[in-house]
Design a protein around this ligand. Structure first.
Ligand SMILES: [Zn+2]
Length: 172
């Protein structure tokens, strides 16, 4: 009898634990929700940004512009290191995630960290439904995220070179 009570307690306890286990969000949900509160500490006025950024960088990062395809500094770039946000310097992508997508902009199949450095925002501009990608820290526009990537992640982060900086791996 004791054994039966014990096992039913165990079953109850296990049931409780499994009920508390958070449901893993689907791919679609995880692009719109953020587990951690985002770090938006890097704030500047438009006037301050204009002083820090070149006019081209300002147009892309702060006014959501797009550089002409095939022209970006990092399109054919293959050095080892981290691609940083051109606005605040946060490491966003690494050379290991970079792949040649032939789309005219630097492309990555993933991002540095747990997915909280790049915000994903639904973008309905230009008569299309796309996912805009933005630096979580400073709000700088990076480019767009597509789900037609050729690697196992299925993702293609299409990023303007003007939105990026680069930190070589061997530079301390
Ligand atoms: Zn940034």
């Amino acid at each position: 009898m004791k054994k039966l009570i014990l096992s039913s307690i165990l079953v109850a306890a296990f049931g409780l634990v499994s009920c508390q286990t958070p449901v893993t969000p689907t791919k679609e949900e995880s692009t719109t929700s953020n587990k951690k509160p985002m770090d938006t500490s890097y704030k500047k006025t438009d006037e301050e940004w204009k002083k820090i950024l070149t006019p081209d960088q300002y147009y892309v990062l702060r006014q959501k512009g797009t550089e002409s395809p095939g022209t970006g500094e990092y399109l054919e770039h293959k050095e080892k290191g981290f691609y940083t946000c051109g606005g605040c310097g946060t490491e966003l992508f690494s050379n290991e995630e970079k792949f040649d997508s032939h789309c005219g902009w630097p492309s990555f199949d993933g991002e540095v960290g747990g997915g909280d450095r790049v915000l994903k925002i639904k973008d309905f501009s230009h008569g299309m439904i796309r996912t805009e990608i933005v630096c979580a820290k400073c709000g700088g526009h990076l480019g767009h995220l597509f789900d037609d990537g050729p690697t196992s992640s299925g993702l293609r982060y299409c990023v303007n070179s003007l939105s990026l900086g680069f930190k070589p791996a061997d530079k301390k």
